[in-house]
Design a protein around this ligand. Structure first.
Ligand SMILES: C[S@@+](CC[C@H](N)C(=O)[O-])C[C@H]1O[C@@H](n2cnc3c(N)ncnc32)[C@H](O)[C@@H]1O
Length: 230
């Protein structure tokens, strides 16, 4: 993937979600939304995995330009829109929403607006964007549609499952992977240890993919075959 400066480099969380959507065949023939597309890596992966159509959204202009460029370079038709989460696609419906949101706990709840940090800063508990996705995703999901979202367990895996279930989804963890700390986590390790979020000497974090199916509405979409690994 090409990348304009300041755009998120596809990494372990990106590939965990890309592998999950390919393995589960969850996007074949479906209308897909890639939320917070960054370089467009997941949008391109969704096209390659057989999506019927792919729309991508990002707050960052550089990310939007990068995702458009990568879509063209990889001959992957992706519609890329700029804006905050679901705002650019309000009124549209998708069968699958993919999200690799900012989820790293920060020292403040104030989210950066114009810095690279908006790719990873998730507020003090890491949940500022995750919670908004859980609360708002139903507004763009077709009946029986699903959310596939990757996050660190440091941002509260159980909280995500409970929040989605309380909104009528049937959610489960369908993939897990351990990742060595990158530069951001290394820089925050002391602060996170002081808050009791990391064990002494811990230098890896666990990532999970949450699969949430809109179960309380009639299903018109047959889900992919995932195994619950929770
Ligand atoms: C962790 S990066 C993931 C990038 C890419 N999807 C991947 O997996 O490699 C999160 C992305 O979300 C974008 N983002 C953060 N807050 C957003 C918001 N409120 N609305 C839309 N995009 C947002 C960031 O600009 C960044 O590109």
């Amino acid at each position: 993937m090409l990348r304009l400066p300041g755009t998120y480099r596809a990494q372990g969380d990106t590939s965990l979600l890309a592998d999950t959507l390919t393995r589960g065949q969850s996007v074949v023939g479906r209308r897909v939304l890639d939320l917070g597309t960054g370089s467009g890596a997941l949008a391109v992966a969704a096209v390659r995995a057989g999506a019927r159509s792919v729309t991508a959204v990002d707050l960052s202009l550089r990310a939007v330009l990068t995702a458009r460029l990568n879509g063209r370079l990889h001959r992957a038709p992706v519609r890329v829109r700029r804006g905050d989460l679901f705002t650019p696609v309000a009124g549209q419906q998708f069968d699958v929403v993919l999200a690799n949101p900012p989820y790293v706990p920060a020292d403040s709840d104030r989210l950066p607006r114009h810095r690279r940090g908006r790719s990873w800063d998730g507020g003090r508990d890491g949940r500022a964007v995750i919670d908004r996705i859980c609360d708002e995703v139903a507004t763009v999901l077709a009946p029986g549609g699903r959310l596939l979202m990757v996050q660190s367990v440091l941002a509260g895996e159980r909280q995500t499952l409970d929040r989605l279930d309380s909104r009528g989804f049937a959610s489960a963890v369908v993939a897990r992977a351990e990742e060595p700390f990158g530069p951001v986590m290394r820089a925050r390790a002391e602060m996170l240890r002081a808050r009791g979020l990391l064990r002494p000497g811990q230098d890896r974090e666990e990532l999970v993919v949450v699969d949430a199916v809109a179960s309380s509405v009639p299903s018109t979409v047959t889900g992919g075959d995932f195994e619950d690994v929770a």
